[in-house]
Write a protein that binds this ligand. Structure first.
Ligand SMILES: Cc1cc2nc3c(=O)[nH]c(=O)nc-3n(C[C@H](O)[C@H](O)[C@H](O)COP(=O)(O)OP(=O)(O)OC[C@H]3O[C@@H](n4cnc5c(N)ncnc54)[C@H](O)[C@@H]3O)c2cc1C
Length: 402
């Protein structure tokens, strides 16, 4: 693996960085004001920023080049430093149409959707006209084991009827969220626990879809996307809305989570880098006990340790992205599991140190640190808790050395 970014990557990184600094950061205050007035609507400033990013060709950069016309033509490795740049701002990913959960949903539709499903849902998502959500987790069962889910998808004539309760469904609070990819069981009695599930497309305005409430994360509602509790009460959709076919839900979930996980890790490296730079500037500016904080040994150690940890996680993420490009997501699964454990924990450590040197303002609304911390902490749970990745990785390793 070549550790140097190519000229193409360097150029794109500069373009994304420049756009974030000149267009997005100055618009963040307006974004917050507009959001406060209408929490579940996309703030108008976001649409203006999206139009500008698209005009510059900084659009849908996440979708790997194997998706042909749908893709911006980048590999996972080429996208990694761009996602890192985006992760430095809490709103940048969406500006470039590269925000979760839509990226994962677009990848599912591009990979597994039929022509009709692509036309109806993938194309408007790629255009940035609508938003989407992925509904798997249920409050009543341990959803880190996807075979536990209880939502029922029952065939009735030419339709499927869906009943169940989900929560923490990211994106589903937003008014422009028009489509949900719902995971449930079509064949709960099948002796093979991995073919009981299916995934169906459910338009959010279908009768019986009830958006109950926004779930919070350490008090943040993460508007405008939010994390919704959703009830499916006899929701009826045509049988054509199934993705790939009955019994393929688990397989699709596995296919979706690989790329989704690495994108989160890339963004977290950006959040940690941003936190590091805030910390490094702060310790030069602020004096404690008669000298700048940067002269204190413990502070220098915090800087040094953070720099080491960010670079370790960055290199591991690049290695995973490179393996995905060269050998495919399945072969790269151990590396993806490794970074999914490493990146959120690294980010939490770095952000925590940055909070500490900031004193009270570190936990306030006046820096992005508290929100970054909440995002990084969630990612020790979302897209698979640490323990599940370690269980799978440990199993592979034990077998390898048996
Ligand atoms: C901010 C946020 C956004 C989210 N967005 C979405 C979304 O868009 N769509 C969606 O479907 N879900 C979403 N989730 C839910 C998330 O994916 C689940 O919380 C996660 O999969 C864990 O499921 P659970 O909450 O049911 O925990 P459980 O399955 O009950 O697990 C609880 C704990 O058990 C422990 N555990 C589990 N397995 C093992 C093991 N093998 N060994 C040891 N310990 C173990 C772990 O510590 C784990 O954290 C989101 C969650 C958050 C916090």
């Amino acid at each position: 693996m070549d550790f140097q970014y190519t000229d193409k990557m360097k150029d794109l990184v500069l373009q994304v960085r420049e756009f974030i600094n000149s267009e997005i950061r100055p618009a963040e205050a307006r974004f917050r004001e507009e959001l406060a007035a209408n929490p579940w609507e996309t703030p108008p400033v976001m649409d203006e920023l999206k139009a500008k990013a698209r005009e510059k060709g900084l659009w849908n950069l996440f979708l790997p080049k194997e998706y042909g016309d749908y893709s911006a033509g980048l590999s996972n490795l080429e996208y990694a430093p761009l996602a890192e740049e985006m992760g430095r701002s809490l709103i940048a990913s969406e500006v470039f149409n590269c925000a979760a959960p839509d990226t994962g949903n677009m990848e599912v539709l591009a990979k597994y959707g039929n022509e009709q499903q692509k036309k109806q849902w993938l194309e408007p998502l790629l255009e940035g006209k609508i938003r989407s959500a992925f509904a798997m987790t249920e409050p009543d069962v341990a959803s880190s084991d996807a075979t536990n889910i209880e939502t029922r998808i029952v065939r009735d004539g030419d339709d499927y009827v869906i009943n169940g309760r989900k929560f923490y469904i990211s994106g589903a609070m937003r008014k422009s969220c028009e489509i949900l990819i719902v995971m449930g069981k079509t064949d709960p009695d099948n002796p093979s626990r991995h073919v009981q599930q299916s995934q169906v497309l459910v338009p959010t305005n279908t009768p019986g879809v009830k958006i109950v409430r926004p779930m919070k994360v350490f008090g943040y509602d993460d508007a405008p996307e939010g994390h919704a509790e959703v009830i499916f009460d006899n929701v009826r959709v045509p049988k054509e809305n199934i993705i790939l076919g009955e019994g393929r839900g688990f397989e699709i979930a596995q296919g979706r989570l690989g790329p989704g996980r690495i994108h989160h890790c890339m963004r977290l490296i950006g959040a940690a880098q941003e936190a590091f730079e805030l910390m490094a500037r702060r310790v030069n500016e602020r004096e404690v006990f008669g000298q700048p904080m940067s002269k204190q040994g413990s502070v220098r150690e915090d800087l040094a340790r953070s720099w080491c940890e960010i670079e370790q996680a960055r290199l591991l993420t690049l290695k995973a992205a490179d393996m995905m490009d060269r050998e495919g997501n399945k072969v790269a699964k151990d590396l993806i599991a490794m970074i999914k454990v490493v990146a959120p924990n690294m980010a939490l450590n770095v952000i925590d140190r940055a909070i500490q040197v900031h004193g009270a303002v570190g936990v306030s609304q006046d820096t992005p640190l508290a929100h970054f911390f909440s995002y990084a902490r969630s990612l020790r749970l979302a897209d698979g808790p640490d323990q599940v990745h370690m269980m799978q990785l440990g199993r592979t390793l034990a077998k390898q050395f048996a």
